[in-house]
Design a protein around this ligand. Structure first.
Ligand code: HEC
Ligand code: HEC
Length: 242
């Protein structure tokens, strides 16, 4: 289904109607405490979340974040933040509050596991000046502005870890939007707010372009150059030894 069509047809009332239908068709699975089997999560992911996020979590439309390979704990945490309304920028409110509203903890857990186990499609590498600048910012920060290296938390390959989300291969547009939301505190996270207030919008763009360019699995952490046909990555700096 084309997302463009979807956007045109999915009015908020329709969203509510489909949410109601979902609640009706899976009441047992959504009941508090009831175990949600992986098969049920898969069904929901494909029939429901996948409409926007892609059935394997590799959305094509940059408005919808990619979930494939994202850390399960992070997906879980975000779904709970949509459900309890602590993540509240306008897209979160209009798209995800309704989605998360009817999900039980066990369904959230099962959905998080499902998406975290999907293979990330990987980004499209390209060698632009922005990507090179973003690479620099990601790995070394901007000492003159007091911006720390993103890699210090998000990991050297932006794959995330037990405390920080994966960023590799995410849509650049989505990343820029999140940085703006952290900056304005519409998405209220103290650590990222502090970082984003010192980062310039042009630098948002550079680091977002870099992250979106990362392929999976990342072969290198240096400046990457893709051959247009296969997307093979060639190192211009060093291998990271992993
Ligand atoms: C109608 C489209 C739509 C559907 C259906 C949808 N989402 Fe979303 N989702 C969004 C949008 C848009 C965002 C980004 C919100 C923002 O910009 O802050 C999002 C964000 C998220 C995030 C945060 C990702 C991150 O990197 O922080 C998670 C997790 C998520 N959705 C999970 C789900 C799950 C699980 C389902 C199914 C129960 C689902 N979504 C259904 C549109 C949708
Ligand atoms: C001190 C640790 C730390 C550093 C350094 C850091 N981050 Fe983060 N970042 C976090 C945490 C924690 C979150 C999760 C926020 C939440 O709970 O919603 C996050 C979330 C994000 C997200 C949202 C991901 C999503 O899927 O919605 C983006 C984008 C991001 N960081 C980009 C960056 C960039 C770019 C840099 C470097 C300029 C950076 N971060 C440096 C801790 C850090």
């Amino acid at each position: 289904m084309q997302i463009v069509n979807l956007k045109a047809h999915l009015s908020r009332s329709l969203l509510c109607a489909s949410l109601a239908a979902l609640a009706l068709t899976c009441t047992p699975a959504l009941a508090a405490g009831a175990y949600t089997p992986p098969s049920r999560a898969r069904q929901l992911a494909i029939g429901y979340c996948g409409v926007c996020h892609g059935v394997n979590g590799n959305s094509k439309n940059p408005m919808f974040p990619r979930l494939a390979g994202q850390k399960a704990w992070y997906i879980e945490q975000q779904l709970k933040e949509f459900r309890n309304h602590t993540r509240r920028d306008p897209y979160a409110v209009s798209y995800m509050w309704g989605m998360a509203n009817g999900l039980s903890n066990s369904t959230i857990d099962a959905l998080a596991k499902y998406f975290s186990r999907q293979k990330p499609a990987g980004g499209t590498s390209h060698a632009t000046a922005e990507v090179a600048e973003g690479n620099q910012i990601f790995h070394h920060g901007i000492p003159s502005q007091g911006v720390p290296a993103c890699a210090a938390c998000h990991g050297p390959d932006a794959l995330g870890n037990a405390n920080f989300p994966r960023l590799a291969g995410q849509h650049a547009q989505y990343i820029r939007k999140q940085l703006a939301s952290f900056r304005s505190d519409m998405r209220d996270v103290a650590i990222m707010h502090a970082i984003c207030t010192t980062l310039h919008v042009k630098q948002d763009r550079a680091v977002a372009d870099y992250l979106a360019s990362l392929s999976q699995p990342p072969l290198v952490t240096g400046v990457t150059v893709a051959d247009n046909a296969g997307g093979a990555v060639v190192s211009m700096t060093h291998h990271h030894g992993r």
